[in-house]
Design a protein around this ligand. Structure first.
Ligand code: PLP
Length: 430
């Protein structure tokens, strides 16, 4: 760590602690009942995270009364903003009708119809309660229908709490794994050929999210499709984040049809959500009338709040036109950030696609997660300095735009980034 960055970070941490006494107090009392005061590891950052008490539109309010413009968008689950009337109205209506029916309802079928109409790979689907669960189910399904045991994943990929391929992950499900390098066409094809007879599935984020917001190249994604088809391996697109990147996600953008797709995040309207779906010949195994039916109970799979809010979101708000417009705004933001970095002359760049953006502290192309410079102190400095200026992003430099953000919000954010980067330019040049 350079002494200059360290000193700047310590000063930013002191200012932050002074500005957020009630969040600091809350984290220490929360530690009495939750380990480290935390129940969601990704929300931890030093010296302590701010605690939120409210959200309206594109704004968040914390316990100490600060109001932020929210560029994090709940790690992509907050696409609709914090109080969209169509979402709130649908959820409220479902609440008013009563809950926990213990039987089918009318919202689940509507939501399932909307999803399968939107995503070309999905003939049939099943709801879960999280993206983690959706991926666990997709992998278990692939293992069952192929009769093979192993799964190919990519270094730096993230498919859920127990399916993490970023650093040590002792809690991962103990499936036999083959680990490839994202965007490495020749290396991945060679691995597939070598292990093909044992591989049930390839699971891939078509744009690696948590691993740095790095788009898969069309050549890479097509090579996965072609080779898995040739070798009888199921291709699973984890579109938990990327389904927002076009009217029909990355499968729509690339024309690639995976056998199975997993979903999560914003599609539940901001409520707990996951789904896995795909080809009829695979998913029909979940038909309770099928002679070799597969079980997939799950108390809250069709909870009415998520089903109603998710259906309203797709039907009324995140239309195909809105998907295009939001992603154009994201492309514009990424370009504007890269202009700032070039202009000020710092070794930084914004990566990603459409409404998902990653900020990195290095020059040169980033094609795979292994190439991402950790730059923990630089990331922490940027994060705290933006918080001090009223903008909320993830500590790791990740942004997911919501539809509530206005062009003026995005211009304000770019100006704040310019201000921070210019102030610390001497520390960020190399
Ligand atoms: N897959 C991807 C690509 C994700 O980004 C995430 C969450 O960040 C998951 C799966 C897991 O989803 P959940 O947190 O809903 O379990």
């Amino acid at each position: 760590m350079s002494a200059g960055i360290e000193a700047a970070l310590r000063a930013a941490e002191e200012r932050y602690a002074e500005a957020n006494p009630r969040s600091a107090e809350r984290i220490s009392t929360a530690a009495g009942s939750m380990p480290g005061g935390n129940t969601r590891t990704g929300l931890h950052y030093s010296p302590f995270p701010v605690t939120f008490v409210g959200g309206q539109g594109q704004h968040l309010t914390d316990l100490d009364g600060h109001v932020y413009t929210d560029l994090l968008g709940e790690y992509s689950a907050g696409l609709y903003g914090h109080s969209h009337p169509a979402i709130i109205g649908a959820a409220r209506k479902a609440l008013d009708e009563g809950m926990a029916f213990g039987g089918p309802n009318t919202y689940d079928v509507e939501f399932a119809d909307l999803l399968s109409a939107r995503f070309p790979s999905v003939d049939l689907l099943r709801f879960t309660n999280s993206g983690t669960e959706a991926n666990l189910m997709a992998i278990a399904t692939a293992r069952e229908v192929t009769g093979r045991g192993s799964v190919l994943v990519f270094q730096g990929g993230y498919h859920g709490s127990v399916l993490s391929f970023r650093g040590a992950a002792p809690l991962n499900v103990p499936y036999p794994l083959v680990v490839g390098s994202f965007n490495d066409v020749a290396g991945t094809v060679a691995l597939l050929e070598q292990h093909g007879a044992d591989l049930a599935a390839v699971v891939v984020e078509p744009v690696i999210g948590g691993g740095g917001v790095i788009p898969g190249t069309p050549e890479f994604l097509h090579a996965l499709r072609d080779t898995t088809s040739r070798l009888g391996i199921l291709l699973v697109f984890d579109e938990v984040m990327t389904s927002r990147l076009g009217p029909s996600g990355i499968q729509g953008r690339t024309g690639i049809t995976p056998e199975l797709t997993t979903f999560g995040k914003y599609l539940g309207g901001g409520f707990t959500f996951g789904a896995f779906g795909g080809a009829r010949g695979i998913m029909e195994r979940y038909d309770p009338g099928h002679p070799t039916t597969l079980g997939h109970p799950g108390t809250f799979n069709n909870n009415t709040i998520t089903m109603a809010a998710g259906a309203a979101g797709l039907r009324e708000v995140f239309t195909p036109e809105e998907a295009v417009a939001l992603n154009e705004r994201g492309d514009g933001l990424r370009d504007a950030l890269n202009d700032v970095f070039a202009d000020v002359g710092v070794a930084m760049q914004a990566t990603g696609l459409g409404s998902l953006v990653g900020i990195h502290f290095q020059r040169g192309p980033i094609e795979r997660p292994e190439q991402v410079r950790p730059a923990d102190d630089e990331r922490a400095l940027l994060h705290l300095e933006l918080i001090a200026r009223g903008y909320y992003i993830a500590r790791r430099g990740y942004l997911a735009l919501s539809i509530a953000l206005t062009p003026a919000d995005l211009r304000g954010f770019v100006a704040a980034v310019r201000d921070v980067v210019a102030e610390h330019a001497a520390l960020l040049r190399d």
